[in-house]
Ligand binder design. Structure first.
Ligand code: HEC
Ligand code: HEC
Length: 263
């Protein structure tokens, strides 16, 4: 816990320092010649955002070994990895990291190339990821965390919305929903303001570059050209995602082990 806090402080200090230096876009990196500071930043980011599924060293856990991924092998400075990180493959359990900043993605990509290179030059051949690797946490500790510091019971109930969740969702889906709940299932709300100051508050139905449509509080469906209105969107899951990124990897493993008992 203490260690995590300290490394988080170092990480934010490093991020702030790099933001303050107004560095130009880094030159493309040679494979195997990554900037050590960027690799360390990437390592920390990978641990917090990807390690739970891909293993902290990227050799695979509940999600595939990335060091042997043909995508990493053929990636050239993020051209292949970047879009996968940003878009994910939600239908296959790989969440999208749509809001991750480009320099963070670049650090993760640098870290992965560094790891792949190190693996090439070592005798260590990562094994396949057996199912037992899925359940490394402690369900009792997960339960204590769920009702205690995790604050999960503020919003969820194991006899209510999460009852039999492990029966409803496959392990890989349960992991994904727990870490990054799908925003398809839950309605975003929005406030649209017109040039004359009038507002519509309600459920967001659709938005793209050109149009926005909503069901306003009066129950009517309406749609406007995006350019004509000011829109403010509230995503109820944003807080959930922020919360999950605050938990340590062991906390997440324990929580998962606990949720798996809810059959
Ligand atoms: C909730 C679990 C989860 C998290 C978190 C996650 N992934 Fe994944 N990832 C998966 C799964 C599952 C797959 C396999 C999808 C498939 O079968 O196509 C995958 C696939 C990938 C692939 C494609 C590998 C290949 O060869 O097809 C890459 C690259 C990848 N993830 C990178 C990342 C990175 C980088 C992060 C962190 C920013 C991350 N993932 C976070 C679950 C996760
Ligand atoms: C601020 C309220 C809030 C907190 C705190 C919270 N969640 Fe959630 N959680 C939600 C919302 C909203 C959803 C999306 C609605 C849904 O799918 O039920 C969700 C979805 C989920 C899902 C997917 C459920 C499904 O049916 O697919 C799981 C699993 C989950 N949360 C686990 C947790 C765990 C574990 C914690 C504690 C570490 C936690 N949540 C903390 C609000 C919260």
């Amino acid at each position: 816990m203490v260690l995590t806090k300290i490394s988080l402080i170092f990480l934010s200090a490093a991020l702030i320092a790099s933001a303050q230096q107004h560095q130009p876009t880094p030159m493309p990196r040679q494979q195997g010649a990554e900037d050590p500071a960027a690799v360390e930043r990437g390592r920390a980011l990978f641990r917090s955002s990807c390690g739970f599924c891909h293993g902290n060293d990227a050799t695979g856990s509940r999600a595939p070994d990335l060091l042997r991924s043909p995508i990493l092998l053929h990636d050239d400075h993020g051209t292949l990895l970047g879009p996968i990180i940003h878009n994910g493959r939600p239908e296959k359990g790989m969440p999208s990291f749509a809001t991750m900043k480009d320099d963070e993605v670049a650090d993760i990509v640098g870290y992965l190339h560094h790891q792949a290179n190190a693996a090439l030059h070592s005798a260590h051949v990562p094994g396949d990821y057996p199912l037992s690797k899925l359940l490394t946490g402690n369900a009792q500790a997960g339960k204590a965390y769920f009702y205690g510091p995790g604050g999960c019971s503020n919003c969820h109930s194991v006899t209510g919305d999460l009852a039999s969740i492990a029966k409803k969702l496959s392990p890989i889906d349960l992991q994904q929903q727990m870490v990054y709940p799908s925003d398809k299932k839950i309605a975003k709300t929005a406030v649209v303001t017109f040039a004359d100051g009038e507002r519509c508050e309600g459920k967001l139905v659709h938005q793209d570059e050109f149009n926005v449509s909503m069901i306003c509080k009066d129950g009517w469906y309406r749609s406007w050209p995006r350019a004509d209105v000011k829109i403010e969107i509230h995503d109820p899951l944003e807080m959930h995602r922020e919360l999950m990124s605050k938990y340590t990897n062991p906390d997440i493993h324990n929580l998962f082990a606990y949720l798996e008992t809810l059959k």
